[in-house]
Design a protein around this ligand. Structure first.
Ligand code: F6R
Length: 247
């Protein structure tokens, strides 16, 4: 069966609790889970819930492997604005994930093409991603696959749209300092995950969610491709779901 399963919950906290319990359940079922992770504001309460679950002894990450979706290009992983630093702070340094099981795109190397090819190979070598967590951009992007990205795209260097740069500028001192490029898993790469869960909260995501679910499946709205996946779920709060069926 294809088509996205949609869960609509009260607020961002409920979205985080539900998605954290889904991840914990999948890890308990398969301690060697290959988990795809995202960064951004939406994920902050999710990582808080995962840290709590770990502290309560409900989950063991020691054999879990992770692959993050994306990283800014031209930023060192030690930089406070790198996605690697975000993940270290929010999750990696707080739970018992092993360093060797953490996979990340290095956005600060000249041989970025090799980095992208090796990332794809690494994903394949561990048998593919079992569960991929996604956020969504206001323009419908998933990872850093901006509108117009091919549904067949693989991990590569991408140009960030002005809207994405503006949205992410709150973490930098000025828009000028927001990187123009990133390395990102492709839509083709993401679609090969066995299960995909997209989280969205807040009114500012309502239009992108509405277009992804109610509109045409088109690469102008990258998240709409998820309707072609065998096992994709959107976990939304009421605000993010508030524009449904408005076409
Ligand atoms: C981040 C990522 C992006 C974000 C999206 C939403 O790793 O892949 O697609 O998920 O831009 O970001 P927030 O949650 O900050 O609104």
């Amino acid at each position: 069966m294809r088509g996205v399963k949609i869960l609509i919950l009260k607020d961002a906290e409920a979205v985080a609790k539900k998605s954290a319990s889904l991840i914990v359940e999948r890890i308990n079922k398969n301690p060697k889970l290959v988990l795809g992770l995202a960064t951004g504001e939406t994920m902050l309460p999710l990582y808080e819930e995962l840290r709590r679950a770990y502290k309560r002894g409900e989950v063991n990450f020691s054999e879990v492997k992770t692959f993050n979706l994306d990283e800014y290009f031209g930023i060192n992983s030690d930089d406070k604005n790198s996605y690697r630093s975000y993940m270290d702070k929010e999750l990696f340094n707080k739970v018992n994930l092993r360093k060797k099981n953490i996979n990340f795109l290095d956005g600060d190397v000249k041989e970025y093409k090799k980095v992208c090819i090796d990332y794809e190979k690494k994903i394949k070598s561990v048998g593919g991603i079992d569960l991929q967590i996604l956020g969504i951009g206001r323009n419908g992007h998933i990872a850093f696959n901006e509108p117009g990205s091919s549904f067949k795209s693989r991990t590569r260097k991408v140009r960030l749209s002005e809207r994405t740069r503006r949205d992410n500028s709150k973490y930098f001192f000025s828009l000028r300092r927001v990187p123009k490029f990133a390395l990102s898993m492709g839509i083709g790469t993401i679609m090969e995950s066995k299960e995909i869960v997209l989280l969205a909260s807040g009114k500012r995501k309502a239009n992108a969610i509405h277009k992804s679910i109610d509109g045409k499946i088109t690469n102008r709205i990258p998240a709409s491709v998820l309707r072609k996946h065998k096992k994709a779920t959107f976990i939304l709060d009421r605000a993010a779901a508030s524009d449904f069926n408005k076409i």
